[in-house]
Design a protein around this ligand. Structure first.
Ligand code: FAD
Length: 485
């Protein structure tokens, strides 16, 4: 075993006949996806061995904001007075999570989202039935519901009835820690689940018939093999911390100042699945946030690109804005504000230039002569009538920018905070089966969470990652436990 694994290479092992440990289902990674896979497999009566490379577990899930994208008419949505149903939720996700998101996963998730809410609640994850009016970021209060995407912004507000779906566990600020505390507490009292910490899966074991039957694990300088009698679930996170992999597959993300994820996000789960014959999908996709608000009032400014032109409605979710700014505008963007609109953004963007007129500001920014002047003239003319015929920003954020001086907050990728994590990963079906390039399952192999390509092909709304990780993690664990071998 050690020879094969020399250098820490991820891959496959054949011809293994002795095992140091055995379980019905082996789960790799104790984040939200792995925790939910383990709990679901145990609920099916399987003995589960959960391998976690760090000492504590929790993964990126525990560091996160904790927002879970749930909808279709959850009790929290209803109590807060928002109407939603599975078809409405699917319509939003199909439009927002593109291009070409996984329709089967989206429809299935929208259909079962209320059930998933109840399942999380049954694991003691608390969601308060109270709405917070801020958007995008987890609330500073313990309110349970926010708009966490662009549901109430153009064009999505015309495609589906706007409904907030960001469900936040009841802890002020980032609540991913609470979510994982509750899931790990469940695991601790599940006699069927054994957690091995400081245990890193480094290769998958393949039987002669091609079935995945276990993993080679590195712990305390030693390597040993564990057997998965029914199935093995890869839930080892994404690859944002693997610079070479990001450079190869998603190079635009390397330009982001902040690449968010724990050190386990090194792509090992994806590489293990690929080595076993699994196909990977959309490895170029990423969540890219440009948090130019809060404060919410900054949405009354206008975002312009390097040509001095607007490119988006500024009331869109800042994850959508970040994607558009980086991927479509080459990371060149300025938020133009006037004296009345100007506030310091929470994310601390610096003032790039100030001008007593649009012409002066345009000159200071090095924008083409006349460009910003024309943009502001057109914007102000319509905003004074409460209209935005170009990008359809909502009336509440429309105000002519006429109170001098004008300022430009620097939202260029070289200076502002762009925060990214990867969305691409292994190709899986609704039961978390890892599929090969011809859509055939790799026998015995399952995956969930950021090790897979999930609900968002791009077009991320906050909460989708914990949502598909936890939900499809459950399905992967249950399907692995149900395998008959
Ligand atoms: C600051 C921040 C805020 C965020 N906010 C939100 C939010 O509000 N809502 C949302 O949906 N998403 C959010 N995200 C993204 C989200 O947290 C992650 O995408 C999600 O938690 C991934 O879950 P996972 O189970 O796939 O992976 P993880 O939670 O990272 O779990 C993977 C686990 O596998 C372990 N592991 C890795 N490789 C191996 C190996 N070879 N062997 C054994 N173990 C291994 C890791 O140590 C880790 O514990 C946020 C991320 C950050 C950083």
């Amino acid at each position: 075993v050690s020879d094969v694994l020399r250098g820490g290479a991820s891959g496959v092992l054949r011809g293994v006949s002795s095992w140091q440990a055995e379980a019905d289902v082996v789960v790799v990674g104790l984040g939200c996806a792995g925790a939910c896979a383990a709990l679901a497999a145990a609920a099916r009566g399987a003995r589960v061995l959960l391998l976690e490379r760090s000492s504590a577990g929790g993964g990126t899930s525990a560091l996160s904001g904790g927002l879970v994208y749930l909808g279709g008419g959850t009790p929290v949505q209803k109590a807060c007075g928002f109407e939603d149903d599975p078809e409405n939720m699917a319509r939003y996700l199909l439009a927002a999570c593109g291009p070409a998101p996984d329709e089967a996963k989206i429809r299935h998730y929208a259909e079962h989202s209320v059930e998933h809410f109840h399942w999380l609640s049954s694991c003691d994850v608390p969601f308060r039935a109270s709405f917070h009016p801020g958007t995008g970021i987890e609330p500073p209060t313990d309110d349970g519901l926010i708009f966490s995407g662009s549901e109430n912004a153009y064009p999505f507000c015309e495609i589906a009835r706007p409904a907030p779906r960001g469900h936040c566990p009841a802890r002020p600020g980032a609540a991913g820690g609470l979510l994982m505390e509750r899931l790990i507490a469940r695991i601790a009292v599940a006699p069927e689940v054994r957690v091995e910490s400081d245990a890193r899966a480094e290769a998958l074991v393949v039987a002669e018939d091609g079935r995945i039957v276990g993993a080679a694990v590195r712990r305390a300088g030693e390597t040993f093999c564990v057997r998965a009698r029914r199935g093995l679930v890869l839930a080892a996170g994404g690859f944002i911390q693997n610079r070479a992999m990001v450079a190869r597959h998603a190079p635009a993300l390397l330009r982001c100042k902040i690449r968010i994820g724990c050190e386990g996000d090194d792509g090992s789960g994806i590489l293990l699945g690929m080595a076993a014959g699994g196909a990977a999908m959309r490895l170029d996709a990423g969540s890219i946030s440009l948090p130019f608000y809060p404060p919410e009032g900054l949405k009354r400014g206008i975002l312009v690109n390097g040509a001095g032109q607007r490119f988006i409605n500024e009331d869109a979710y800042y994850g959508r804005v970040g994607e558009q700014a980086l991927l479509r505008q080459d990371g060149r963007a300025f938020l133009i504000v006037d004296e009345a609109v100007h506030e310091r953004p929470m994310a601390g963007m610096e003032v790039a230039a100030v001008g007593e007129s649009a012409q002066e500001l345009e000159h200071e920014l090095g924008l083409p002569a006349g460009s910003l002047q024309a943009t502001l003239r057109l914007y102000n003319e319509h905003a004074s009538r409460g209209e935005d015929p170009l990008f359809h920003k909502r009336g509440a954020y429309l105000k002519p920018l006429v109170d001098m001086p004008l300022g430009a907050l620097d939202c260029t990728v070289d200076h502002a905070i762009y925060a990214a994590f990867t969305l691409g990963g292994l190709h899986t079906d609704l039961d978390g089966r890892v599929l090969d390039a011809a859509d055939r399952p790799v026998p015995g192999l399952f995956a969930a969470g950021r090790t897979t390509s999930g609900l968002a092909a791009q077009g991320y709304s906050s909460g989708l990652s914990l949502a598909d990780g936890s939900y499809f993690g459950r399905r992967a664990g249950a399907a692995a436990a149900a395998e008959v071998v």
